[in-house]
Design a protein around this ligand. Structure first.
Ligand SMILES: [Zn+2]
Length: 97
């Protein structure tokens, strides 16, 4: 079933965070990879920013420092790091409200 969307897309369509990543060469991946700043990386991995920095210290994610001295994280490595997360036994930190 093919139906053209009738609504006008207009400008200013929100872009997924992933698309706003910078494409840089990753020494670890040995190919161009998308890099995100720690804030975006934390959002994407659904962890806190301190967790991202922890992963960076442990070398669980690829990261590099931009000429502007900002640190950015390789998106490829981020998915790996996420799977490396230790499973916390039955700990549910969700809070209602
Ligand atoms: Zn990488």
């Amino acid at each position: 079933m093919i139906s053209e969307p009738t609504g006008s897309a207009g400008h200013g369509m929100p872009q997924p965070a992933v698309l706003r990543a910078s494409l840089l060469h990753c020494d670890d991946c040995q190919r161009p990879a998308r890099f995100l700043n720690p804030t975006r990386a934390a959002e994407l991995a659904a962890v806190s920013r301190s967790t991202i920095y922890y992963w960076m210290r442990r070398g669980w994610v690829h990261w590099r420092v931009l000429p502007s001295r900002r640190r950015v994280i390789c998106l490829e490595s981020l998915s790996h790091a996420n799977s490396l997360l230790p499973v916390e036994a039955g700990e549910d930190t969700r809070k209602a409200g």
